[in-house]
Ligand binder design. Structure first.
Ligand SMILES: Nc1ncnc2c1ncn2[C@@H]1O[C@H](COP(=O)(O)OP(=O)(O)OP(=O)(O)O)[C@@H](O)[C@H]1O
Ligand SMILES: [Mg+2]
Length: 462
């Protein structure tokens, strides 16, 4: 049996062949690559115990290649070969994750010794121990697990704006951590001991959302048997988080704009203006500019909330976070499933690193929960990864009536634009009587005059 699988990458064919010959003699299984692409391809296909990489390759430098390889196999030790005199780069290589370096020309015995040590070292140190080391203070911010530079920058921005009163807009694909970051923002603010109230604006029909947010008077609508305090008041002196704000109906947007401007609103069915002291955080995975163009999102509100946009990068753009997140979720589910799980096999880890994660961190969390529940060995096997039917986290599907209304509105806007606000012409094109067409415009709060001058379009303020 071989002592381990090694990959040797160097553009010097003679040297590569020499190393291969000697290492094979020492009972290692050796594959070689003369260029970077080939090396990356090989590491995608199988798990190596160690790689030996020359610092000066043709297209990439060895350190960059090492980082690419670590994106696929984060645990694989890499030994860097450097030319005499490039000690600085060698030190840099170590800082960036190389196990060690050797200066050419090197003694064959030295190489063997280093390989032995690296492989032994990795076998002894259990994966979990190592990952825990990585999870030092530097990488954690409350419950946010990350080491990627882009997320570090996000966290820096958050520290900077947390104690201000500004509205923050969290943008990012589903499952990237918008909810989590909103909570972190609240906890890092001076309002941390006051309530944090979150609401998903896409999950409720319009009237219910309105009374939930602003409260209502007794008898404001059928079923309102007593008056109720809305979420804005419940969040008084604390923070309110309006999630999926891109799905908020226009009439409610107008009320929220008012709260943003002067922290005042009317509860449903009440004529008494109520004041409130809240920090407002919002999030969406929709393209708000697009929504504004479609007439589904108020432009004035857009500018109000767009002061501090924070973009959460998708997981596929920060794969270096995967090993940390894997450990974090394993820790979480280990207790729940009451099993002695030590970690993932290298093959399983490789599979996790190569996946594109359209559902982002939430998808990863689900995969790990499933694997932890199903495994019957200490190290979770690759066969348990992606066995779950991955249900793409569909964004909320609107009721048909709401979807029709949205379509109807953008249809009308489009029509009025092309007819430059001439109602008789627009009605004719839509196959509607003029009077009926007017009713439609009224329903959607559209004013044909707004379409008379080229390109000027506004929704009448409500
Ligand atoms: N950096 C992270 N560290 C630890 N856990 C995370 C991290 N990012 C996300 N999570 C976890 O992943 C899950 C999904 O995150 P979250 O609900 O915040 O995403 P979201 O962007 O709000 O998604 P959606 O758009 O679908 O509402 C949560 O369980 C959250 O705790
Ligand atoms: Mg969310």
């Amino acid at each position: 049996m071989s002592l381990g699988k090694l990959l040797v990458v160097d553009d010097d064919r003679n040297l590569v062949e020499l190393i291969q010959m000697r290492l094979e003699k020492a009972d290692y299984e050796v594959e070689t690559s003369l260029n970077e692409e080939e090396a990356i391809g090989k590491v995608k296909e199988r798990v190596f115990d160690l790689a030996i990489v020359d610092l000066q390759l043709i297209n990439m430098d060895g350190i960059t290649l090492m980082e690419e390889l670590h994106r696929i196999l984060p645990e694989m030790p890499v030994i860097i070969l450097t030319a005499y005199g490039s000690i600085e780069s060698a030190v840099d290589a170590i800082k960036r994750g190389a196990y060690s370096y050797l200066t050419k020309p090197f003694e064959h015995q030295d190489l063997l010794l280093q390989i032995q040590k690296a492989i032994e070292n990795r076998r002894l140190t259990s994966e979990i121990e190592r990952l825990k080391g990585l999870l030092g203070e530097r990488f954690s911010y409350a419950n946010v697990v990350t080491r990627s530079e882009r997320m570090q920058r996000v966290l820096e921005s958050i520290s900077r704006v947390a104690t201000t009163e500004s509205t923050v807009l969290l943008l990012g694909e589903s499952g990237t951590g918008k909810d989590l970051i909103a909570k972190v923002l609240h906890l890092a603010s001076d309002r941390k001991n006051k309530p944090f109230v979150a609401i998903n604006c896409a999950a409720l029909p319009e009237t219910l959302l309105e009374s939930n947010l602003f409260g209502h008077e007794k008898g404001a609508f059928s079923g309102a048997i007593r008056s109720a305090k809305g979420l804005f008041l419940q969040a008084h002196e604390g923070t309110i988080f309006l999630d999926e704000i891109g799905d908020m109906p226009l009439s409610i947007q107008a009320k929220v704009l008012r709260v943003l401007q002067d922290r005042k609103f009317y509860p449903v069915g009440s004529e008494k203006l109520v004041g409130v002291d809240v920090r407002i955080l919002v999030a969406t995975n929709k393209n708000l500019e697009e929504q504004v163009k479609l007439g589904l999102f108020r432009e004035d509100l857009f500018y109000r909330i767009h002061v501090i946009p924070i973009h959460l990068p998708p997981l596929r753009d920060r794969k270096e976070d995967i090993p940390l997140l894997v450990d974090h979720f394993l820790e979480k589910f280990r207790e729940k499933v009451k099993k002695e799980i030590k970690g993932f096999t290298p093959q399983a880890m490789q599979k996790l690193m190569l996946h594109d994660w359209p559902g982002n961190v939430r998808e990863l969390e689900n995969i790990i929960e499933y694997a932890a529940a199903m495994t019957d060995s200490e190290y979770i096997n690759e066969d348990l990864i992606f066995q779950t039917k991955v249900i793409p986290s569909v964004s909320y599907v609107k009721p048909l009536k709401e979807a029709k209304d949205i379509f109807e509105r953008s249809y009308l806007i489009h029509l009025l634009e092309s007819c430059k606000g001439k109602v008789s012409e627009a009605a004719k094109q839509a196959g509607k009587y003029r009077a009926d067409f007017y009713l439609l415009l009224k329903k959607h709060d559209l004013n044909p005059d707004d379409f008379k001058q080229q390109g000027k379009r506004r929704t009448t303020p409500t």
